[in-house]
Design a protein around this ligand. Sequence first.
Ligand code: BGC
Length: 397
Amino acid sequence: MNKLFFFSLGLSAVLFASCGNNKPATAPNSPAAVDSLVPEIPPTSAFIDTLDGKPTTLYVLINKNHNAEAAITNYGARVVSLLVPDKTGSLTDVVLGYDSIGKYIHQPDTYFGAIVGRYGNRIAKGHFRLDGKEYTLATNDGHNHLHGGKKGFDAVVWTGKQINDQTLELTYLSKDGEEGYPGNLQVKVTYTLTDSNALQISYEATTDKPTVLNLTNHSYFNLNGQGSGTINNHLLRIYADHYTPVDSTLIPTGKIQPVAGTPLDFLQTTAIGARINDSSIQLKYGKGYDHNFVLSPAPDDTTRPDGLASAATVIGDQSGIVLNVYTNQPGIQFYGGNFLTGTNPLKNGKKDNYRSAFCLETQHFPDSPNEPSFPSVELKPGQTYKSTTIYQFSVKK
Ligand code: BGC
């Protein structure tokens, strides 16, 4: 399928001035010549394995305009590669990922590209009460529960069903008691790569007992291309005038505070690194940016027909690639890659250096099961959980 895709790119590749791997563009006269111009996605064969008795593989989505491509594995429902055009038209792989299933299995802690759950982000001390009952979850982040526990949705094999070239459905049944959570939870995640270069992620879930739920995607973006250096010169806007301050273990204090006057004020477009060395206790606790922003409608936001609101906009300083994030969720975690250490071998020989990627995780607020004043994360039998995130790509010349 890749070869077909690259072949179909032949015509547009003629126009490319440069390319994602910095090779000069030459007019291709064969599919092979085009192949060498674009950053390659890993071969599907590198993702064929069997885990927990279930087969793993790699699915490839290509949009109808043939100018964007995504590779997604059913191991953790992870986005492995996401190729979009930069300001010169060259395809750029904007997400961190590995080139084989083995590397995902052996380096699980970064959650590269994964769907995280049942509860994305932290639950204090792995405890919560629901309908008068106490639940104890697996703890995997000091004394706290993070991203679903020791074996969250990022580390299980989902059942994949490719609907067409643009759409992949992934389903997973999380059994009653898994990682300590109540209820058999049936989850469906649908990835769609649209004509307008958006990766749309739709989540649906139902349960047979009351449970708590907070699903998100943990892609690490570098809009100049994965492994291409710091994200601190990327420009960021977050459509939030409040945030949830945290303690030293990154558990919210329960307060909702204004961003005004703090380095978390991204209401005006600002370089990510402009205030990164500020003496704010919040940046100290997060070792940089690692905070939940309370989304507020932007004054210049136009009402979208799908009812989603603008959450954030990021611009790659070198590539001109613009990422707009839309969601129907109340919050977004902006994480600046503070725990990346350059020790993980990325695709195409690149490294995951310190602060060389950011995550924008649409979500309910961290530790909501223990904070009655935060929007509820309870899912009851008979209800359907629905969440949508759009990562929309375009270019600024
Ligand atoms: C969290 C970080 C955590 C990271 C793990 C993010 O969602 O906010 O605190 O270190 O995930 O990769």
